[in-house]
Design a binder for this molecule. Structure first.
Ligand code: NAD
Length: 274
């Protein structure tokens, strides 16, 4: 029970890796505020997490014994981010960890000069600025307690380039830059900031994640073919499981990693080390 008595906020918690982290953290005794946009966006060509999925994540966490609150929050909206943190304080009295997990896949697998201004802005607004907004809302609450862990879910695309993914790669590289700089800002105040970089994670039907499927769609290759290519190029010969990412996030949230800040924890089976 490594998170007993701790409150964790998770964005993008309706499904996928957000749900995987929520369930893992619930098992370890955390109180949870689960956030998701909980509606679709015109400019994202696939369904985002729904309010029903967000409530389902909460139900699963409550079954595991976690006090759980949900809120529809779009990380593009600073006020909604602030209100969410206020909600966590009202309900739980403190915030100990934030998992900045909300994100979208590249709207389309385009060469850099074909990306529209709108597609570019949307990607950076969610995958990079969204994490900054949540950090901006939560840090002032963590600093006076001289304690807190912020986990920014980047990607292997935050450390290496991928063809036809420049907006996603730029956002995820930016998130690592933000992580390193913020880690230095907050280290003297006892607040840690780390980046977590998953490789290609299996879309688990129970978790309802769909990032891998959407990446395959944008590249116009079947999911099975995309998985085959990744596994072929992956030294450990397997897709990453959502639990691999949730366990890494758990360690970054827990006191066991108390001397870890500004780090980039890559969970990719060796993919980016080739
Ligand atoms: P997913 O699409 O299944 O889930 C993402 C969640 O984020 C959805 O529930 C969605 O509604 C939410 N979201 C999107 N925009 C939002 C917004 N503006 N405000 C609030 N919530 C919003 O994807 P996933 O696979 O669970 O990915 C989670 C994170 O992990 C993302 O940041 C992604 O870039 C990163 N990642 C995933 C993989 C992978 O293979 N799945 C690999 C590397 C990195």
């Amino acid at each position: 029970m490594r998170l007993t008595g701790k409150t964790v906020i998770i964005t993008g918690a309706a499904r996928g890796l957000g749900r995987a982290c929520a369930l893992r953290f619930a098992d370890e005794g955390a109180d949870l505020l689960l956030l998701d946009i909980a509606r679709d966006l015109d400019d994202v060509p696939y369904p985002l997490g729904s309010s029903g999925q967000l409530e389902h994540t909460a139900t699963l966490c409550e079954r595991a014994g976690a006090a759980t609150v949900t809120a529809a929050v779009d990380v593009r909206d600073a006020r909604q981010c602030e209100l969410a943190v206020e909600q966590a304080l009202d309900r739980f009295g403190a915030v100990d960890a934030l998992v900045n997990n909300a994100g979208i896949a590249s709207p389309s697998g385009k060469i850099a000069h074909d990306i529209t201004e709108r597609e570019w802005s949307l990607m950076l607004d969610i995958d990079l600025s969204g994490a900054w907004r949540m950090m901006k809302a939560v840090a002032p609450v963590m600093v006076p307690r001289r304690s807190g862990s912020i986990i920014n879910v980047s990607s292997t695309a935050g450390t290496v380039g991928y063809r036809h993914f420049s907006s996603y790669v730029a956002a995820k590289h930016g998130l690592i830059g933000l992580t390193k700089a913020a880690a230095l800002d907050y280290a003297p105040m006892g607040v840690r900031v780390n980046a977590l970089c998953p490789g290609s994670v299996r879309d688990d039907p129970v978790l309802e994640g769909r990032m891998l499927a959407e990446i395959a769609r944008s590249l116009e290759v079947p999911v099975a073919e995309h998985e085959r290519i990744f596994v072929r190029d992956q030294p450990m010969n397997a897709l990453i499981e959502p639990s691999d990412i949730a366990n890494a996030a758990l360690w970054l949230a827990a006191d066991e990693s108390r001397q870890v800040t500004g780090s980039v924890l890559t969970v990719d089976g060796g993919f980016t080390s080739r």
